[in-house]
Design a protein around this ligand. Structure first.
Ligand SMILES: [Zn+2]
Length: 204
């Protein structure tokens, strides 16, 4: 028969074991997180749980194609966005640019931030990929030209590729203005024609 003293001490010993286990687990998790951070960079958790985009949002840069003689491209926009504090560090680099892809007037597609990173382009919808057409296609600008044919062709191809890659339906294709109070990417973007071409090319 256990004595009263035994009965009293047993539960107290049992309480210690889970506490110790939690401490050991916490220490292990800290060491593992530190190791992953060293290996994959401070944003390692995005690599383990990569962004599964819930849609694709199309923007314009709302700039001319050249500013003070300098071409507006991914590097230029990265510098502009640096002043807005949207950066995510990965390895030795901080990605300031909020878009995942940039399409230049000649149809060149440049990579902004990696696809697995959340974007910084649409408030409340940064779990979507962001694609930016360089140029200003809003009606506010005198003499606004639509995007170039090369830009539209590249956009259609990129949209098809990304919709397929992430198993997204056509209904998850948005203009920035569909999700917030902005005219981005501008009335100069022939949206209905672009969506029709994407549908004809890759279904949805
Ligand atoms: Zn926008």
């Amino acid at each position: 028969m256990p004595t009263a003293r035994h009965r009293k001490t047993q539960p107290s010993g049992a309480r210690l074991r889970p506490v110790s286990a939690v401490l050991v687990l916490a220490a292990t998790a800290t060491v593992l997180a530190g190791g992953l951070s060293v290996r994959l960079g401070p944003a390692w958790y995005y690599r383990l749980l990569p962004l599964c985009p819930r849609g694709i949002v199309v923007h314009h840069s709302a700039t001319p194609t050249y500013v003070e003689g300098r071409r507006v491209d991914a590097a230029f926009l990265d510098e502009v966005h640096a002043s807005q504090g949207w950066g995510i560090r990965h390895g030795d680099r901080v990605y300031h640019i909020g878009y995942h892809y940039i399409i230049l007037p000649d149809g060149t597609v440049e990579v902004g931030r990696p696809e697995w990173m959340p974007g910084a382009h649409t408030v409340g919808h940064n779990n979507c990929l962001g694609i930016c057409l360089v140029g200003d296609f809003s009606q506010r600008v005198d003499g606004t030209a639509p995007p170039t044919q090369a830009q539209i062709d590249a956009l259609v191809a990129l949209l098809c590729q990304q919709l397929k890659k992430h198993s997204l339906p056509l209904a998850r294709l948005y203009r920035h203005g569909d999700l917030g109070a902005t005219e981005c990417p501008g009335a100069g973007v022939p949206w209905e024609r672009i969506v029709a071409r994407v549908k004809a090319r890759c279904g949805g």
